[in-house]
Write a protein of this length. Sequence first.
Length: 336
Amino acid sequence: SEDIYILAVETSCDETAASVVRNGRDVLSNVISSQIDLHKQYGGVVPEIASRKHVEKINPVIHEALEQSKISLQDIDAIGVTYGPGLVGALLVGLSAAKALAFAVKKPLVGVHHIEGHISANYIENKEFTPPFVCLIVSGGHTHLVHVKDYGEYEILGKTRDDAAGEAYDKIARAIGLGYPGGPKIDRLAKEGNPNAIDFPRAYLEDGSFDFSFSGLKSAVLNHLNRCKMMGEEINDRDIAASFQQSVIDVLVSKTVAAAKETGVDKIAMAGGVSANTALRKAMQEACGQENIFFQCPSPILCTDNAAMIGCAAYYEYIKGVRHGLDLNAVPSLKL
Ligand code: KG4
Ligand code: ZN
């Protein structure tokens, strides 16, 4: 048949994931085995533990993804896999499994950039959504503002100079005793707080810059906490969560809208774990509405790490003729 089936594998951080995707946009299965409960007790992802858990889960997860899709390995056209960026030991588990399968069943291998996967998550639920657009990628490891000119054609407009947005969420959550991962917890707590209660700084940087910086905000929140403790004042964690989040959102939204205007595109997309944030989604939607910009964002399950987005990205690489050899190596700091 004309249909193209990609089996995709993703193990760059703490999710062991596999998926079967038809023609880039139809997800036939999307299996995710999360290690969050394992890493929680350490307050963050422990790389060595992540690698070991991936080794344990990778074959069952791939098997489950194939079974749910009802597509046999023989009918798969290519195997897509994340080869960077990410934790090297974690990446190597998925990459080795994908290479072994590609060799065993004589199918082509297509290596995928993790961020390209996140961006591609926007193609899955909205079949009409196509480049060009501006995409804000906000995750635990990355904060990028990218002009997506075409499939696989990216221009980075800006990125964080220090912490990633998700990293800031996780650090603030830890400081106010919420535990890991902090993003979803701050999201929930902020709903009960006043976003204007505390005037935390907003780092817009130089005029016209599309870069980000969250370390100053992080310090300001930590200083606020220390001051409250020293003065014996009550710590209102709801107001802190809401005010911190508002500072992050104000900067993310205004820079993304400014980037769309400057590049002249009329579509904005978001991707990555932090784009699951309810207040950010609402604020971006409102700002886009005011500027007559179309706003697209994946369902929360496709915002955080998954293999369906890797299958989607691999498809567009595959139809362009991209193939990788079995000597493909993991690249922890792979550039987009
Ligand atoms: O994309 P992702 O699953 O993994 C990386 O590639 O990093 O992103 C994980 C990050 C974590 O920092 C987590 O706290 C954050 O996304 N996150 C959120 C929300 N859900 C996950 N941050 C804010 N609000 C959320 N609802
Ligand atoms: Zn990610």
